[in-house]
Write a new protein. Sequence first.
Length: 368
Amino acid sequence: MRVAILHDYLNQFGGAERVLLAFLEMFPEADLYTLLYDEKKTAGLFKKNLKQTSFLDFNLVRKKHRFFIPLMPFAAQTMTIDNDYDLIISSSAGYAKGFGFSHRYGNRHRPFHISYCHSPLRYAWELSYLKNLPISPWLMSHQFITRPIAAMLKNWDRRAAGEVNIFVANSDFIAQKIKNYYKREAAVVYPPIDTEIFYREPETPLKNYFLMVGRLLYYKRFDLGIRAFQNLKLPLKIIGWGPEARKLMRLAPPNVEFLNWVSDSDLRKFYNGARALIFPQVEDFGLVAAEAQACGLPVLAFQSGGAQEIVEDGKTGLFFKEQTPEAILKAINDFEATPFDRNYISESAKRFSKEKFKDKMKNIINTQ
């Protein structure tokens, strides 16, 4: 079976790229198509399979891709993908499901297309997501410009969705968005945790710090965690980097430490040694929270989005109901009075294992 895998862009490494690695383990000979490719930022993990990138794939765009969002639908539909594949899998939060589909087939054979959807195109459907862009204050104050662009993106995203045979959502939260935006049903298959990397280490000593992990983007609300710890003398460690880094560093008190990125083995040790993960964002799923739980770490999460499908309130973590520093402080106080069984937390996360992901995806593929 000839398989093509389509991925939005490969100029960073996060949860979506971990999912892509799982797909490439399932189909090691698959051809990989993506808008942008940065070998260094992705540690060469995808070089073997890379078949084609877009006309946007040059250094400036790789470094500042969010400035080029209005061009990405055009770049996506001008990708040229062979028409003799048996199966196309897009792993997409926006553009990959539309690679080449506007002009490619006509009345010819159309390969069966399964889209693993991390999210519908956020910049089309959720204007608040513009706050993640470097020029967000200007954009938010000039909505006479941003709204027509969003409308264009929305129309393109809806048309691209029409070319998909089957949607698979990464959470019930996203399945509902697919239903609302595209009027389509979606199976749900949770993203995979590599349990050979992220697991409970009882021998790792429990230390006194709290933890936040991820790309430093506005929507992940690292600022709320930092503001909460301005009022605490407890240490907070932040692992990750991104556009908000310098602003967050200026906000941080001395008890907040920034560690940039660390290796997976070191991240496992940080998860195992922490008291709890602070998770104040609304995520499509929240792979960081699932990885933390695989290591037995309780998660203090905002009660929205995919976190509601990961955290068992009172058993594997606690929810707070408002995105405020005060709500986080209350959750920490409640956490101090709540006993947690770290072995139970780790066992509960096995429902997100890579093996379960592969089995569920194979079942969906084999029934078509």
